[in-house]
Ligand binder design. Structure first.
Ligand code: AMP
Ligand code: GLY
Length: 411
């Protein structure tokens, strides 16, 4: 049997391990006490037919290069391709070179220039750290004073350390967001079914940005034509621009788009599966995931992928205080009961263990997923799963996929 090593410790890696595990023998490093097959052994000490690297940090840090240098087959870009996520300024340059539609922007490390650029924008300001900030380095605001204050805090290093001492400032765009994850083999890219993510902490998209509070797939407003356009005008020119720079990109290219009145615009690229998108997209895959990712790692991707028509809705259960100051160490109740419900499965992220069982160990603790013939059924099941689970201070959004369910009902 193929042996696969998944690198990472979140619900995305749990989903990868679960779906890969249908056809392969899977080990997860470091994983967490809620993910079967977790081991504390580092990836460099593991022998596997295929390594699948989940999070961006080890990719940006060159883990894929180090494993490939030892002859391993790796799904995940090298440090060169991972700059797409590791530096927003670099990514924006590449988009411009590839002619991919995106928000007007400027890159600054000087406050006066940054503020002057802010004043050329409309009434919605977007400030981003150039470097990695765990999904939290983006401020979207209508208040110029807040934008100026953020520029100061970012550039001084007070807000995000070195990650923020260069900022990307963008015009604010509006419209629904869409995540299109493409599997790439260095030359070609195949789109997986789109998902929609919910980034703000509160119902109705209120409150600070988080790593993601829930997701669903399929997305009724994103049919095959739209995905075709996004691949042809976004992902494929990006792959060509990467190749032109000598970058052999093998892994996921995650396109984060806004569907604006003027057409789809690229907000960001991530260089890995989305979290929580992976938790709702991967379970819909109907063939051998290890074979697909292995083929991409070897540069010989098949032309097509197979997904079921089922819908999956995932709701993130978070700890009190997330995203600002998550409180941890509380016992998690009801996990087994939730997993036993029809069509419900739970992926573990910020999960630890003490002598009595599983406890909360991070802000986003669980992705509680429901699967059904329709989004409505999947959504009901996901929330039934959430209702079975509890710990002191647990919170979650109540409106994941709510609007999409209405869209599904209107042909
Ligand atoms: P990013 O990490 O670049 O995807 O940004 C995180 C989130 O900030 C996105 O999912 C959007 O919700 C929001 N965002 C980013 N860029 C823009 C923009 N130019 N206009 C409006 N919202 C944005
Ligand atoms: N769900 C957003 C991300 O994975 O970056």
């Amino acid at each position: 049997m193929t042996r696969v090593c998944v690198v990472g410790s979140g619900a995305r890696e749990h989903a990868l391990a679960d779906v890969l595990g249908r056809d392969a023998d899977v080990v997860v490093t470091p994983g967490n006490p809620g993910i079967p097959g977790s081991t504390a052994r580092p990836p460099e000490e593991i022998t596997a037919d295929l390594f699948v690297i989940g999070p961006e940090a080890p990719l940006v840090d060159g883990l894929a290069d180090r494993l490939r240098a030892r002859g391993a087959s790796v799904f995940g870009p090298g440090a060169d391709g991972a700059r797409l996520e590791g530096s927003k300024a670099w990514m924006k340059d590449l988009l411009a070179e590839a002619g991919v539609p995106t928000a007007r922007h400027g890159t600054f490390s000087n406050e006066a220039d940054a503020v002057a650029f802010l004043d050329t924008l409309g009434d919605l300001f977007v400030i981003k750290t150039d470097g990695l900030a765990a999904g939290k380095g983006v401020l979207v605001t209508e208040a110029r004073a807040d934008a100026v204050a953020a520029v100061r805090e970012y550039l001084s290093g007070a807000a995000f350390g070195d990650a923020g001492t260069t900022v990307v400032i963008e015009e604010g765009l509006t419209g629904p967001e869409l995540s299109v994850l493409a599997v790439c083999d260095g030359t070609r890219a195949v789109a997986l079914p789109p998902a929609q993510d919910f980034k703000r902490v509160g119902d109705g998209d209120i409150g600070p940005n988080t790593g993601g509070m829930g997701a669903y797939s399929p997305v009724p407003l994103a049919g095959p034509d739209l995905v075709g356009t996004i691949m042809a005008e976004g992902v494929e020119p990006t792959m060509a621009a990467l190749r032109a720079r000598g970058i052999d990109y093998r892994g996921v290219l995650y396109a984060g788009l806004m569907l604006t009145p003027a057409g789809p615009k690229m907000l960001e690229y991530n260089v890995r599966f989305g979290d929580p998108e992976a938790q709702v997209v991967l379970p819909r895959f109907t063939s051998d995931l290890a074979a697909l990712l292995g083929a991409a790692a070897q540069g010989c991707l098949p032309a097509d992928t197979q997904f079921s028509d089922d819908a999956v809705v995932g709701v993130v259960a978070a700890t009190e205080g997330y995203p600002q100051s998550p409180r941890i160490g509380d016992p998690i109740h009801g996990l087994d009961a939730a997993n036993e419900l029809e069509g419900v499965f739970v992926y573990c992220a910020g999960v630890g263990a003490d002598h009595e069982g599983l406890v909360t160990a991070g802000g986003r603790v669980l992705s509680v997923c429901g699967r059904g013939a329709t989004l409505a059924e999947a959504r009901t099941r996901a929330y039934d799963g959430v209702s079975a689970i509890s710990w002191p201070g647990m919170h979650h959004r109540h409106d994941i996929a709510q609007v999409a369910v209405k869209g599904e009902a209107t042909p």
